[in-house]
Design a protein around this ligand. Sequence first.
Ligand code: GAP
Length: 481
Amino acid sequence: MANENKLQAIIAHAKEYGFVFPSSEIYDGLGAVYDYGQWGVELKRNVREYWWKWMTQMNEQNIVGIDASIFMHPSVWKASGHIDNFSDPMIDNKDSNKRYRVDHLIEGFAETLAEEEGKALLADMDKYIAADDFAGLKQLIEINKIACPVSKTVNWTDVRQFNLMFSTEVGSVAEEASKIYLRPETAQGIFVNFLNVQKTARMKIPFGIAQVGKAFRNEIVARGFIFRMREFEQMEMQFFVRPGTQKEWYEYWKSERMKWHATLGIDSAKYRYHDHVKLAHYADAACDIEYEYPMGFKELEGIHSRTDFDLKSHQELSKKKMQYFDADIDPETGKAYGNYIPYVVETSIGLDRTVMMLLSEAYTEEDLSTEEKQDSRVVLKFIPKLAPIKLAILPLMKKDGLPEIAKELMEECRQHFKCFYEEKDAIGKRYRRMDAIGTPFCVTIDHQTKEDQTVTIRHRDTMAQERVHISEIKNIVLQSL
Ligand code: GAP
């Protein structure tokens, strides 16, 4: 299936089967804002919990979690550099009045060129971006006659910087109100709580603090479904290390995060690293883990060596010490390492981008036609541990005591994992509905069940069916999770 078609098919399927709806749809939606429906919310919650468990429970490193608030003191964003630096070069088309992120505009155009030509154009763009050369960027757009996708003209303004943070006011009356921001990253909640956690949990360096939560960015170009949203969720972990060791920890987390991705059952060829050309104001090394979405390879996760930039800036602005006392002995001096501001290596992955990756990976159209009849199905091949529903329990008929047996099984299994019960429609139709939302197992209770307590278990991907004792069902599902 062509990539653009696949993306459109996934968006349509996600809506039709209750994964993702456009926000406020009855008012024609709100750009780059989406709502998760009944199955989307389960999928998203499973990913969130899996990441959380992997970071704070299964990881060999010492990592604890927090949940900081979205609103923070405005000085946080001054210290972090977001007020001054969290902006992208933008350009407006004077005929359509549409505003574009310059890199997106040029990237979009590069995709229409032959491979080598496109690469050369992107290399020029990277050079100008790294040098903050806005005149150079505009010239690149003009020389290549890159037109506005709406007006089709090349009548452009100069390139300017636009801050991506949303602001609002806190306080009851206008005179008292002060401007605050919706956090554009969750990481700052970790930095300002660094000593609270370190002291109360008696953490020793190296250690990590993890957090999952909403972040907000006034993205100018809203594209790619839940890939680029104005309100989204991040899963971030800040790992605090001794100064001078950040490079090894950066490499460690690069490889460690890839191991997590490998557990999702996705082919490693669908991932690649992309080193940053222009480093953010806080970083001394940074890369993205990219996944091959239907729109091509795009950033899924960032690994950033953030130096001591954030803690140092907070210390300077707040006048509160952000230091850690390291009692370990430095073999070079024979003395304790003593007080220092730790360096930080961060892993930051978008929860929504992970959900989009899983939908893209799982979405499969299968032709099941035989000589006798045309047939097809759409199946979402989620790994069982992330599937919204693990088991569908389907009595063949609404009578003869079959629902009673099914409900008993439901009662037993729902204590352990998410189940779905359905009596209506022909069994084939019910199977297809479960395929469409990615349920790995369906169990059918029929008249034979009454005689020998066996049921039919159907496996989603192979559609194979086998007869097993009803008492085995719970363990078959549990073993797959
Ligand atoms: N704390 C570091 C940080 O925020 P980032 O690269 O700007 O770094 C991290 O964002 C991750 O957050 C990205 O890799 C992406 O998965 C996700 N993300 C960023 N902007 C997003 C958006 N507008 N919509 C959805 N996810 C986004």
